[in-house]
Design a protein around this ligand. Structure first.
Ligand SMILES: NC(=O)c1ccc[n+]([C@@H]2O[C@H](COP(=O)([O-])OP(=O)(O)OC[C@H]3O[C@@H](n4cnc5c(N)ncnc54)[C@H](O)[C@@H]3O)[C@@H](O)[C@H]2O)c1
Ligand SMILES: [Zn+2]
Length: 678
């Protein structure tokens, strides 16, 4: 059963974390001290419950808490070897754990354990960090809060910062908390309610002071030509630039992207001060660990052409990389971890918005959220004073901190398709849905494209939230619709890497029965549809410079002359030849083009359910429900083919194992000798 002190702590943490004004996502930590009966002695034991490393306050559960014995935690003060060796104390926390100890203690544990208050909240509110990053932060703190809140000069989080805060609390009995220079706030109380009230009071008082006393235009005037573009133009421009910008962010490692055109971003980018403020970078450690020390900001107006902007982005990228390398070289020591890549994680396009990047969609989205936090911080700091983040040297000490590196090393190995963005046509049903499901399970972000938006969205929702998959409407036979769907894909995930031309339908008719309309429909959806999708997608793949995969779901019928099948089989043969043609044409860009020839996939197939199955059954003289087994019996392996078997083939073709294969068709048909390829 949860200890009542821990239960109150969880409730308070969830309330504080639920409101983004209080702290950034996964930022900050909270604690409570209380007693429990020690199962070994039967005597009461004093414990510290503190949010462990990782996780978010808003959704914190008991599993996310580290539990330490207070007597042992406090005893660490006696063996503390000094600030130069403070990192050693993190390992020492393991010797203070109560029972199995719960979650891993975070670097902020000392602050919670050493401060002499029963309840402590450490938070990263935009309003508080605005004061913490103001050039005259100490004076402002005194002016705004009087004796109740004390300024603590910047210090990298750790044991010494915990000792500093404990000392300050001891010396200021009237204080309810402190502003941590360059970083955030810490508040305390004798009860959980008191700590929460003190946290909220500091956050609200800072925000109200900024609102009442701040300048009206903290970012200066508007730069002409840099204003927010009208809605439609903004999205078109963002989509037109997305592939290039993803390439910029992914030079060292493929990244997933997130785009926002929130007004808070475009207003900042339109302002006079945006370039100089962006160059100063973010300040709160949580922020710059996710956003990199500074963003890349395009210095052309929104009125420039797409081509001009693309050319300039490439120049700025080269400068950014040099600049980041110099930053690394300036501060790295022989014991520093290796450079982790020199590409920007935040790219700002005036008039349009912000692209943010991460190893997966959630990380990319959160990086963007953190830069919005940073904009709010800069606005607050500039409203009252001058924004003055911590120095690059200190940022480096955090970014390349051995403890930070250890955290990264502990991260689980990424799945095979993590960082890849798949666009699967006809993915609301049958084979396409199985492919989308498999790719999502392997870590890819998936765009489910199908005729019916609702069906596409429903299929996407089955795969996970919108960080995993989205549904878009696209009739692949319509060039504009294809372009619009790919625009949505790049705006949702930053780009595309893996295209599956799967959309299809089938009419089984003899030559004399096949109408011109039948012929056109089959060819429009399959031959033309996959041509249109490949064409629009290849433009993105080429601009990204990250290679890619195009997969065609052709058919056994592309090589096998089955009965009553002129239009379908002819268009399948067309698709199969597109594979070979495009494999040759796109190879120089690292794009591999391969196909799959399935056969007899009855289960789950809309094609079979909607007449084709009945027709085939009649053609072969078997009952419709026996069709799957009928197909199986005429194969070499005598095994039924299911949609997942086709999905497995897509996984293998697009995974790391067949990296030297292009122009290939894999039969997934349980063996049909008449359709053997040669
Ligand atoms: N089922 C089989 O035995 C078999 C065998 C060989 C090849 N194939 C091919 O596999 C692919 C998928 O077939 P399935 O059996 O899963 O069928 P299905 O009917 O279950 O799925 C096809 C999907 O494509 C969508 N679609 C149709 N026209 C579209 C258009 N113009 N734009 C966008 N989406 C469109 C449909 O809405 C549907 O969701 C097809 O290309 C088919 O020819 C299937
Ligand atoms: Zn912090």
């Amino acid at each position: 059963m949860t200890n009542p002190t821990a239960a109150a702590l969880l409730a308070r943490s969830n309330r504080l974390g639920a409101d983004p004004k209080n702290t950034n996502y996964a930022g900050g930590n909270t604690s409570a001290k209380g007693t429990e009966t020690d199962p070994v002695t039967g005597q009461p034991v004093e414990l510290l419950w503190v949010k462990g490393s990782g996780g978010d306050l808003g959704t914190l559960t008991e599993q996310g808490l580290a539990v330490l014995r207070l007597d042992r935690m406090r005893a660490l003060v006696n063996v503390y070897p000094g600030v130069d060796r403070e990192d050693e104390m993190v390992a020492a926390f393991d010797y203070c754990l109560h029972g199995k100890g719960g979650a891993a203690p975070s670097i902020d544990t000392a602050m919670h354990g050493l401060v002499d208050a029963a309840h402590v909240d450490h938070l990263h509110p935009d309003s508080g960090i605005a004061i913490a990053t103001a050039a005259d932060g100490p004076a402002l703190t005194a002016k705004i809060f009087g004796e109740k809140v004390v300024w603590v000069p910047w210090r990298r989080p750790g044991f010494q910062l915990g000792l500093d805060i404990a000392e300050i609390k001891a010396q200021h009995p009237d204080a309810v908390g402190c502003i941590l220079g360059g970083h955030g706030i810490t508040a305390w109380g004798e009860t959980s309610e008191e700590s929460e009230a003190n946290s909220l009071w500091i956050i609200d008082t800072a925000a109200e002071y900024i609102a009442a006393h701040g300048k009206t235009a903290p970012f200066g005037g508007i730069r002409s030509g840099f204003e927010r573009l009208p809605d439609a133009e903004r999205r078109t421009r963002a989509a037109a630039l997305a592939a290039t910008i993803r390439g910029v962010a992914s030079h060292d490692k493929p990244m997933v992207g997130h785009f926002t055109d929130a007004e808070v971003v475009t207003d900042f980018l339109a302002s006079e001060k945006a370039p100089e403020l962006a160059a100063l970078g973010t300040s709160c450690p949580d922020h710059f660990l996710r956003t990199k020390v500074k963003p890349l900001i395009l210095d052309l107006p929104a009125t420039a052409s797409v081509d001009e902007q693309i050319a300039r982005l490439h120049e700025l990228h080269a400068e950014y990389r040099e600049d980041y390398q110099s930053y690394y070289d300036a501060y790295a020591t022989t014991s520093s971890p290796a450079i982790r890549g020199a590409d920007p994680l935040i790219v700002l396009i005036p008039g349009v918005g912000m692209f943010s990047y991460g190893a997966n969609k959630q990380t990319a989205r959160v990086a963007g959220e953190f830069y919005v936090n940073a904009i709010n911080v800069m606005r607050g700091a500039e409203a009252l004073s001058t924004y003055s983040p911590i120095s690059d040297a200190e940022k480096f000490r955090i970014e390349y901190w051995a403890l930070e590196e250890a955290k990264l090393q502990r991260m689980p190995k990424p799945k095979s398709h993590q960082g890849r963005i798949a666009f699967v046509t006809g993915a609301a049903s049958g084979i396409g849905k199985a492919i989308a499901t498999r790719l999502a399970a392997e870590g890819a972000c998936v765009v489910v494209a199908d005729l019916d938006l609702e069906k596409a969205q429903a299929a996407a929702a089955e795969l996970g939230n919108t960080d995993v998959a989205i549904g878009v409407a696209a009739n692949v036979a319509d060039a504009d619709a294809v372009q619009a769907a790919l625009d949505e894909a790049v705006l949702a995930f930053g780009g595309v890497d893996l295209i599956v031309n799967n959309a299809g339908l089938s009419l089984s008719k003899s030559l004399l029965e096949t109408t011109e309309k039948d012929w056109d429909l089959q060819h429009d959806v399959m031959a033309k549809g996959s041509f249109l999708v490949s064409k629009a997608a290849a433009k993105i793949l080429i601009e990204q410079k990250l290679g890619g995969d195009i997969i065609y779901i052709s058919s056994k019928n592309s090589v096998f002359a089955g009965p009553n099948n002129i239009a379908y089989s002819a268009t399948k043969a067309d698709q199969a030849h597109q594979v070979r043609l495009l494999a040759v044409e796109l190879g120089e860009f690292g794009i591999r083009v391969n196909g799959i020839n399935p056969d007899g996939v009855v289960r789950g197939s809309g094609i079979f359910a909607s007449g084709w199955g009945a027709n085939r059954a009649a053609t072969y003289g078997v009952a419709e429900e026996d069709l799957g087994q009928f197909y199986a019996n005429r194969t070499i392996l005598k095994r039924e083919v299911v949609p997942e078997n086709v999905a497995d083939a897509v996984f293998v073709l697009t995974g790391p194992e067949l990296s030297r294969t292009t122009g290939l068709h894999i039969p997934v048909d349980s063996g049909v000798a008449a359709a053997f390829l040669r």
